[in-house]
Design a protein around this ligand. Sequence first.
Ligand SMILES: Cc1cc2nc3c(=O)[nH]c(=O)nc-3n(C[C@H](O)[C@H](O)[C@H](O)COP(=O)(O)OP(=O)(O)OC[C@H]3O[C@@H](n4cnc5c(N)ncnc54)[C@H](O)[C@@H]3O)c2cc1C
Length: 289
Amino acid sequence: MRAFAYHAPASLAEAVAILRREGPGGRVLAGGTDLLVQMKERGTVPRCVVSLRAVADLSHVSFQPGRGLVIGSRASLTDVITNPIVRERYPIIVESAGLVGSHQIQNLGTVGGNLCNAAPSADTAPPLIALGAILRLHSDQGQRDLPISEFFVGPGRTALGEGELLSEIIVPAPHAHSGGSYERYTPRQEMDIAVASVASFVTLAPDGTVVHARIILGAVGPTPLHAHAAEAELIGKKPTGEIIEAAASAAVSDARPISDQRGSESYRKHLINVLTRRTLTRAIVSAQG
Ligand SMILES: Cc1cc2nc3c(=O)[nH]c(=O)nc-3n(C[C@H](O)[C@H](O)[C@H](O)COP(=O)(O)OP(=O)(O)OC[C@H]3O[C@@H](n4cnc5c(N)ncnc54)[C@H](O)[C@@H]3O)c2cc1C
């Protein structure tokens, strides 16, 4: 492997200062479950690696009233999955993070790394978009908050600027009478990546009418896709079986899948129909309490 510089700063300020000083070609290392594989197996070795391991102020998972759930970008997937508040108030995050790799991968890997790697199949991305998460990005120039829906630019590409890193993921508290669900299809039960995935999240009025719906499709486009046509089938209606079927059919028209060795375009469209119907049904049952 080609030689590279390795830095292990102890603070966020130090980390962004190193990224700025090193200039283009620096990469952040969180759990390393994507980055180290890319370096070892694909030979994509950055000029410099800035590890977050020693940055203590990024490992929190906490609920802050008025802000919501705050996940530090160094918190492991296991830290998130086992957090009692996440389990109680954000089960859709537990559902998706719990599918990533294995327990070993979850002990090392982070939600932040899953997002910044920007694979179209990343399991935590669709639920976090459905929940309306905000990403806090830091550089030596300061910080900015970006809606997660604007973060993904293409396969492996994000809106992170030069010298910028993700410091926190902020997830608003779900409204009352809300429910969500995530499901992916993989040929193998374990250690596989999604051929297609769907996150559905709905909020109901007291009379059962859908007042808010987000349906996000994974692995059927260059980035996770917002299924606007499917959502339009739901808003202002009481969700009957027929309405759910109509939304699932509409989601197929929102998908832009390619054919590759893991699945053809038509198979992926079929999966989107099935997964939208299943996740919407569960989300509605959960919102109905
Ligand atoms: C065996 C195996 C199975 C897997 N299974 C799945 C799966 O089922 N589903 C799935 O979605 N993924 C899967 N993955 C991929 C990977 O484990 C996840 O994407 C994981 O969440 C990555 O987190 P990490 O902390 O290890 O990221 P890293 O490898 O540390 O980083 C990933 C990328 O993000 C960048 N980055 C990381 N943190 C930051 C930050 N704070 N700011 C800016 N840039 C940052 C890095 O520079 C790198 O480009 C699997 C990987 C392996 C090896």
